[in-house]
Design a protein around this ligand. Sequence first.
Ligand SMILES: [Zn+2]
Length: 358
Amino acid sequence: MRAESLSFLKELVNTPSPSGYEERAAEVFRQYTRPYSDDVATDVHGNVAAILNPAAEMKIMLAGHIDEIGFIIHYISEDGLLYFSGIGGHDSVIPVGQRVWIHSATRVPGIIGRKAIHLLEDEERKKKPELRDLWIDIGAQNRAEAENLVQLGDVVTFQYEFQHLIGDRATARGFDNKMGGFIVAETIRLLKEEGGLHPGVGVYAVGTVQEEIGLRGARTASFNIAPQTGLAVDVNHAIDYPGVSKTRYGALDIGKGPSVMRGANSNPIVFKMVTEAAREDGIPYQVDVAPGGTGTDGNAMQISRGGMAVGILGVALRYMHTPCELLSLTDVENCARLMAAYCRRVLPTTDFTPRLGI
Ligand SMILES: [Zn+2]
């Protein structure tokens, strides 16, 4: 991966952005996309869009959500401990024993401890702790001391950051889905630097907000932009490690290229155009099947206004919604190439109406 692109990806995943608190990540997105865009716009919901050919009538929306899961402080006890709720879907075995940052006026370190094993009753040892049983300890001795640094409604993330593993594999907190924000931004760069976009076609690369709490940013962005077609990109479960079944979920391997979803949440013409583009440009891809609406921004996009011709791209990822998500950087790069290849094939006259004989 190009050095500037890699440092943008690192910065985006390392920047905290739990749902509803995406301003810092949106700023990183704006900084990177500005030189490659005709316009960069932020809406009242917080969605940030890098735009090419803003006057064009045929519009393509590219969506990568820039929020991540996290926690929010809802109570500070007399003894200075912070109680929190989950933002997005958490497996409650994960937080125990982790260091966290509380994002207040300053960044405050904290820990999520647990009663020592020696003190656990037999029953407690067998039981998985729930989020409501946990707290964050910042070392405060009482509520007043905690309140000097932390406020109700502050959000929290794990202290994990981007790290290279062997080969092209990397791990980070929040690859879900800031790698998607990276891909839509990178698509704008590829279209600007390498060309090929029809001048009568506009591209809106949107870093959407609040996906993890119900696809909320994609909904408002789709309505505002009113595009005819769009691609959403998100992480997708790799089905390539022990305990996950290909017969149940289908195959999806890390390192074999981005996934292209086939099923009701994808327009058949978009699916055909994307997969043809992949074959023509020599980009590896894997077909992923979803029988109904997906949990991605593509779901909200498809049923916006009178409907949008949507495709859903994915990058295989292990350990989703843990602080050590793992993916292949080559898959990420290929996904941006595939997105750009699709944009280059859309014409002002492209008819996305599902029909026989396409
Ligand atoms: Zn997610």
